[in-house]
Design a protein around this ligand. Structure first.
Ligand code: NAP
Ligand code: FE
Length: 357
């Protein structure tokens, strides 16, 4: 299939609430702590109260949701939910998607990766407060299982409806604005480079790159600018639509271990590999990306991106094995074998200038 997006998108809260009301009677809200401070949780519970829906709130979602978090949620709130709402960044949205499957199927968290074992889910609603992961328009959920970050993909976890409200992201501090904005950029760039890209994904990916190139550098010096927040949210949703077609490519796979083992935020951990991926792709789309964005390394430096961690050769070997076995390798132009994957890590550490010791 070239293109499929079943999610209804709303930017008007009244239209969103009418759609929400029709989804069911029992709602489980999965969120973190920040939604209580940016107005989003209040607005959502007001709607649910108005329609006299039954709801419970789980507000202890942590970043890079691990298996144990999902088990805790099910233990505390049970499985009898018509609708699971993911409110926050990618972590609560991805957690909501996984919970929606677990509510309707008698399977373990590990079995979420065995796609033939299920084909039903509670309805999913996503409300992003970062810009972002694009999870509000994708059929992916990224979890951390036994220390390894891995996504699963299933048609049933496309959200039924999502609300795009930029004002919720006005409270994002500078470091999170940069890392989440770079996640969106990574999605767009990786999608454009993917061997699976097509006319539809490219339309959204290149538009997202254009918007982010222009908007993110302005936004980091003007964090409370609503218009800039709105453009970044739109761009991250566009980028999400592009990866719903193609998936992500090698930069995401390379970055996952930096997040799990070194605590570097997801968007930063992936974006630092983009210059290497673009340089090695040697395709028309790679040229087009450079023509829009200019030199990727310069763009990262303009945002003052620098990461620091210590690493052993043994760790690089372990990380490279994980990448070599990931699905991302096959869809990335540039023939990534184990040697080239190790080269990418060495490039980051020895040559990129992003890595500060
Ligand atoms: P996140 O992990 O959801 O949240 C990061 C931090 O941002 C948390 O401390 C959170 O606080 C805070 N935060 C969220 N919204 C805020 C706001 N409006 N104001 C202030 N603070 C706010 O971050 P994310 O980058 O959006 O998501 C990353 C996750 O998504 C990773 O697990 C990644 O692998 C995954 N991902 C998924 C997809 C997909 O297609 N499904 C794509 C890319 C990435 P609280 O926790 O206290 O609320
Ligand atoms: Fe991502």
């Amino acid at each position: 299939m070239d293109f499929y997006l079943p999610t209804k998108l709303f930017s008007n809260i009244d239209s969103f609430s009418i759609a929400l009301e029709k989804l069911g009677e029992k709602f489980l809200i999965i969120t973190g702590k920040s939604s209580a401070h940016n107005g989003s949780l209040d607005e959502l519970t007001k709607i649910l109260n108005k329609y006299q829906k039954k709801y419970e709130i789980f507000n202890e979602t942590i970043e890079n949701p691990p298996k144990e978090l999902l088990e805790l949620i099910l233990k505390r709130h049970g499985k009898d939910w018509d609708v699971i709402i993911g409110l926050g960044g990618g972590s609560p949205m991805d957690t909501a998607k996984a919970i929606a499957i677990l509510c309707k199927n008698n399977i373990s968290v590990e079995e979420l990766y065995e796609l033939e074992k299920y084909n039903t889910a509670s309805k999913i609603v996503c409300i992003p407060t970062t810009a972002g992961t694009g999870s509000e328009v994708t059929q992916y959920s990224v979890l951390t299982i036994n220390g390894i970050k891995k996504g699963f993909k299933h048609e049933k976890i496309f959200p039924t409806i999502s609300l795009l409200e930029p004002k919720y992201s006005l409270t994002l501090p500078k470091d999170l604005t940069i890392s989440t904005g770079l996640d969106a950029l990574s999605h767009a760039v990786e999608s454009a480079l993917s061997l699976k890209s097509n006319n539809f994904s490219e339309l959204f990916a290149f538009k997202a790159i254009e918007i982010i190139k222009d908007t993110l550098p302005k936004l980091i010096n003007n964090l409370e600018n609503y218009e800039l927040r709105k453009r970044m949210l739109l761009a991250s949703t566009y980028a999400g639509i592009s990866i719903s077609v193609t998936g992500t490519t090698i930069a995401h796979s390379l970055g996952y271990s930096l997040t799990t083992d070194k605590g570097i935020r997801h968007g930063l951990a992936t974006a630092v590999f983009l210059p290497f991926e673009i340089e090695n792709a040697k395709t028309k789309n790679a040229e087009k990306i450079v023509s829009i964005l200019g030199n990727m390394l310069d763009f990262l430096k303009k945002l003052n991106v620098e990461i620091t961690f210590s690493v052993s050769e043994q760790e690089i070997n372990k990380w490279s094995e994980i990448v070599a076995n990931s699905s991302h390798v096959k869809v990335t132009p540039g023939n990534y074998d184990l040697q080239k994957i190790k080269e990418a890590y060495h490039w980051l550490i020895d040559k990129s200038g992003i890595y500060g010791r």
